[in-house]
Design a protein around this ligand. Sequence first.
Ligand code: NDP
Ligand code: GUE
Length: 289
Amino acid sequence: MLIDGTAIAAEVRAEVASGVETFRQRRGRVPVLRVVLLGDNPASQSYVRAKKRAAEEVGIDAETLLKPADMSQSAMLALLAELNEAPNVDGILVQLPLPDHIDEGAIIRALDPAKDVDGFHPENVGKLVLGDDTLEPCTPAGIVEMLKRSNVETSGAHAVVVGRSNIVGKPMASLLLRRGLDCTVTVCHSRTRNLAEITRQADILVAAIGRAEFVTADMVREGATVIDVGINRVEDLTRERGYRLVGDVDFEAVREKAAAITPVPGGVGPMTIAMLLANTLTAAQRRTA
Ligand SMILES: NC(=O)C1=CN([C@@H]2O[C@H](COP(=O)(O)OP(=O)(O)OC[C@H]3O[C@@H](n4cnc5c(N)ncnc54)[C@H](OP(=O)(O)O)[C@@H]3O)[C@@H](O)[C@H]2O)C=CC1
Ligand SMILES: Nc1nc(=O)c2c([nH]1)NC[C@@H]1CN(c3ccc(C(=O)N[C@@H](CCC(=O)O)C(=O)O)cc3)C=[N+]21
């Protein structure tokens, strides 16, 4: 089975749109999202454009604050303080990665946790691990939504997460471990010994590695559910853009063995954006409750 992220994301967006409409009727305004982007990285620009377009389609007021790549850390902190204090701003997203002269941790700590729609602030990360209600990181939250809506059995399942980043691997592991999802979770990374032996034990395999087609068929158990988080550009001069997108999974080979698999594009990516919109609505509702 193909897990269609594009279709599931459209469902989530329709639900958000109806929530936004209710919010507007009750509060007399719409939720407001501000996206901060430093520099002109083309991939970042295209993600940010997609986020803004999706937000507008569900009725969220979204603006991108495009800043020069050499903006100083103190100017960035001042901008965030302004957005934190703005009563009408519900959600703030700082597009990552940031230029090297900026301390990413310091920027994330400077966000008002109530407006942190990425769920990256230490207070929100703490709540996530504790199992408290919080704004959940969009990519792992989107994966949970895909698993639920595709009726993938998680209770007691062995979930193997490859990747331990703060934005995907670690929060993914925390969510899968939670009561309600109840997976047995293994987290792997670049120092893991016998990786293939471990991934072959997965009922649910989440690949968040950042290496094109890294997960091959021999690493996957027959009947597993495979979630491909990777977004890798590989040169393809037959395409207009000069590249195509591939995931961290060798899709054609692995789909023969997997019971369910997410494609790239059209898998986790659209879900990440849909969950950002859901988090923006949630932040607006909680701030005005
Ligand atoms: N679809 C979406 O919405 C999103 C997609 N992405 C994509 O997902 C991928 C992962 O992103 P992100 O988590 O930010 O990436 P990072 O580069 O931050 O993390 C990659 C992880 O993979 C591990 N890793 C690298 N090589 C190996 C290896 N040979 N064997 C086992 N583990 C390995 C690293 O281990 P170590 O810690 O030891 O270095 C690290 O933990 C990227 O392709 C990114 O573009 C990211 C965010 C959202
Ligand atoms: N603060 C922050 N929050 C993020 O959530 C964040 C970030 N920084 N930095 C970069 C990563 C990456 N990311 C993606 C979102 C959507 C797609 C997506 O929709 N991809 C489409 C394809 C898009 C295309 O064609 O280029 C798809 O997979 O179908 C991909 C990647 C969010 N990230």
